[in-house]
Every structure is written in structure tokens, then in C-alpha cells.
Write a protein that binds this ligand. Structure first.
Ligand code: PLP
Length: 396
């Protein structure tokens, strides 16, 4: 039946009943976190049992929210490869370098993890239609998992999102609305209409379970590295669900005795044209505020305001990590560089982590002894028009 106990407000710890479909907390309008009985979970599964389990994120079922396995909506997401990229690492001066390749997930991005968890739980709790504002990939993943579950999906996406994201939403049977604006404008439309339409809102961190799917990246890092976490993790940050989720996963694993107290330094990489978390980190602020005029080719990073800003900043600071902004020119150059040096064709967002790594090596913040993981969060194949435009602008 699972080990989920309740949901707790990330601002004031107030408990919320788990059998109800929640969005933000009732007390503070803050994200809710799932709390598990980790003591009992750790008695039910040993980390040594894991290799015999299915190669998806559902191998960590004791710490996932679905209570009856029949409600699991899966397309085989997670347990993606953690690839050593030695040639690239040696060239940069960080010999122990890995890429966690999330581009091989269903729908071509790590959004699959979050939406698999969220839609599974929404179905288990009786939702019949979901709605989501999306910069692109979350919409595609929602469309896929809704189709798998037999739910209706309503997706609101900026009109200049990558074409592949629009095509997949339509082909997967979702209702797609293109919006002349940013993801935050799309979010407003969902908020205005959801009550009347009977939609369950699955916006990033505005429901408790996408972060549960994404936290499995933290479990996988530990398992794939033999239960020794890396020294530095670079993560391309928009809404921040993955960063926040991994930080939660590390605490859960420690509570279950799977890892010790050591943590990676967590690095948020953002685009220079939309870097609210970098700005807040640098000024010592506890929340990020809204970034005016957000613009970047890395569509998943074009998130000018995030409801989980304080959670990201907290994880970055507690880990003694940092936040860096990279230009579109630098991240696009890194698409080519990562692809040709590793065989992994990254999304622009994933390539941004390589641009961030170079900056931090130059600054001396990352040293040759550090074991470093870059997150390639999606496949480059969904961004062919972005890459073609960049080549054209290069004269290439
Ligand atoms: C959504 C997205 C991101 C940002 O992820 P968050 O966890 O919301 O910060 C990064 N890369 C890609 C490819 C994305 O689709």
C-alpha cells in the first residue's frame, strides 16, 4: 500500500491530508512535500535489493506516492544512463566527469519523471482532466501520460515554444492553446479557468508529486555511483523541480541509511537572459522576484518567476553550491561541443551545464579532484529549428 504519510507545507510544516488532490498548501500557499514513513520503508527494502528491480524510476516505489501499483502510469521513465565522458573531462581538466542523460526518457526529456508520478497519483485520487502551463517539454510529457491514462490534457504553451513540443501535444491528443506570452502568462490562464472547467492543475511545484518523480534522479545518482554521491552537480534550472527534488532525495536516503551526510555542491545554471535564481543567490536574497523581459533559446530555462524559488536557494546554499548564468551564444556552442565530444546530442538546457562548468573551472570554483555530474535534461532532437537558426546566425 505504500509508505506515504501526509503532505507537509514547505513553509510552516503543517500537515495536509494525503487522500485529497492538493495544489499549494492551505496555510501558506507554498509547495507541499510528500512525507513518507522512512523508518518502515527502510525495513521493507534494502538498497541491495534494487539491482533486481525494473530499470525505471519505479524501482524506488517505496518512496513514490502511488499507493496501488495498478494506478501507475508508466512509459518506462527514469533509470537513465550516467555516462562517463572522459575525453571531454580530460580536455577541461576535470578527469571524473559524467553526463546523466535524461534525453533518453519517454518524450525526450526528464519531464517524463515528474508527469508520470503526478498523473499516476492524480488518477489514483480521481482526477479526470489535467491542465498545465508549459515552456514546451512538460506539455509533451503531460500529453503522453494523459493519453496513457485516458485523461484529457489541456496544455498552455508560449506561441514561440519549440515546434516539436506543439506537434507532440497535438498528436498525443491533448488540447493545445498557444499563448502570446511567457509560461507565467500561461499559468495565469490555467489558474483562471481550472475551477470552472474541472481541471486539476499540474503546474511545477503547484501540486506535490512532480517533484517526487524528479527526485528519483537523486536516488539514481547514488545507486549508479555505488552509494557515493558526486562532489558537484550542475543542473539547468527553470522551475527548479529537479534541484529541489534531488535535495529532498538525499535527505530521504540518509534517513533510510542508504547514504551518509555528505552532499554534492548543487549548482543552478541559468541563461543570462533569464536568471532570477542567479541574481537572488548573488544578492543574498531568500526569494527570487520576477525577471522582466525573459529571453533565451533554452526554452526550459525561460521561467521568470518560480514558486519554489526559496527551496532552490536553500538547497544551493545549504550544499555550499552556487548559481551561474551563461549566454545563449555560450550554451549553443556547448551543444556542438558536448555532442561531438560525447555522442550525446543535448538539449540547449543540458548544454548550458557544460558552459557553466567551464566558467566554474575558470573561476577555480571546481578543481581537478572534483567528481562532477552534468544533467542533460533533454534530447537535442526536439530543438532542430533552434539549432538550425544558430548555425545560420554563425554563418555555418
Ligand atoms: C523543464 C526543463 C528544464 C528546467 O527544469 P526544472 O526542474 O523545472 O528547473 C531544463 N531542461 C529541460 C530540457 C526542460 O524541459
Amino acid at each position: 500500500m505504500g509508505f506515504l504519510v501526509d503532505l507537509i507545507c514547505t513553509r510552516c510544516d503543517r500537515s495536509h491530508e494525503k487522500q485529497k488532490l492538493w495544489n499549494l498548501s492551505a496555510c501558506c500557499e507554498a509547495p507541499l512535500f510528500a512525507r513518507y514513513d522512512l523508518e518502515r520503508a527502510s525495513r521493507s527494502v534494502d538498497r541491495a535489493d534494487l539491482p533486481g528491480r525494473e530499470a525505471t524510476m519505479w524501482r524506488y516505489e517505496e518512496v513514490l506516492p502511488v499507493e496501488r501499483a495498478a494506478y501507475r502510469v508508466s512509459l518506462g521513465e527514469g533509470f537513465t544512463p550516467l555516462l562517463r565522458v572522459d575525453a571531454l573531462g580530460k580536455r577541461l581538466g576535470v578527469p571524473v566527469l559524467y553526463v546523466k542523460d535524461e534525453g533518453v526518457n519517454p518524450t525526450g526529456s526528464f519531464k517524463a519523471r515528474g508527469l508520470s508520478a503526478a498523473i499516476s497519483r492524480a488518477v489514483e485520487l480521481g482526477a479526470v482532466a489535467v491542465a498545465i502551463p508549459s515552456a514546451g517539454n512538460a506539455g509533451g510529457a503531460t500529453a503522453a501520460y494523459a493519453a496513457r491514462a485516458g485523461l484529457t490534457a489541456h496544455i498552455f504553451m508560449p506561441a514561440d515554444a519549440p515546434e516539436a513540443n506543439m506537434v507532440e501535444c497535438r498528436q498525443l491528443g491533448a488540447q493545445l492553446t498557444l499563448v502570446d506570452g511567457l509560461i507565467t502568462d500561461c499559468g495565469r490562464l490555467v489558474a483562471d479557468r481550472k475551477a470552472e472547467e474541472g481541471w486539476f492543475d499540474v503546474s511545477t511545484l503547484k501540486e506535490p508529486y512532480r517533484v517526487e518523480g524528479k527526485k528519483t534522479m537523486g536516488y539514481e545518482l547514488a545507486e549508479q555511483l555505488g552509494w557515493a554521491l558526486p562532489d558537484v552537480v550542475l543542473y539547468p534550472t527553470g522551475g527548479g523541480t529537479g534541484l529541489i527534488g534531488m535535495w529532498k532525495a538525499f535527505d530521504e536516503m540518509e534517513a533510510m541509511g542508504w547514504i551518509g551526510s555528505a552532499r554534492p555542491r548543487m549548482v543552478a545554471v541559468q541563461a543570462a537572459g533569464c536568471a532570477p535564481i542567479v541574481r537572488a543567490f548573488e544578492t543574498g536574497a531568500e526569494s527570487a522576484g520576477f525577471w522582466e523581459g525573459a529571453e533565451t533559446v533554452a526554452s526550459g530555462l525561460r521561467v521568470p518567476g518560480a514558486v519554489g524559488d526559496f527551496l532552490m536557494l536553500n538547497a544551493i546554499r545549504e550544499s555550499r553550491g552556487t548559481a551561474v548564468a551563461v549566454t545563449d551564444g555560450a550554451l549553443l556552442a556547448c551543444v556542438d561541443e558536448m555532442a561531438s565530444a560525447t555522442g550525446i546530442f543535448p538539449a540547449p538546457e543540458g548544454a548550458a551545464t557544460l558552459a557553466g562548468l567551464k566558467k566554474l573551472i575558470e573561476d577555480g570554483w571546481i578543481s581537478t579532484e572534483d567528481r562532477v555530474v552534468l544533467f542533460n535534461t533533454g534530447t537535442g532532437l526536439k530543438y532542430t529549428e533552434t539549432m538550425a537558426a544558430a548555425d545560420h546566425a554563425d554563418g555555418g
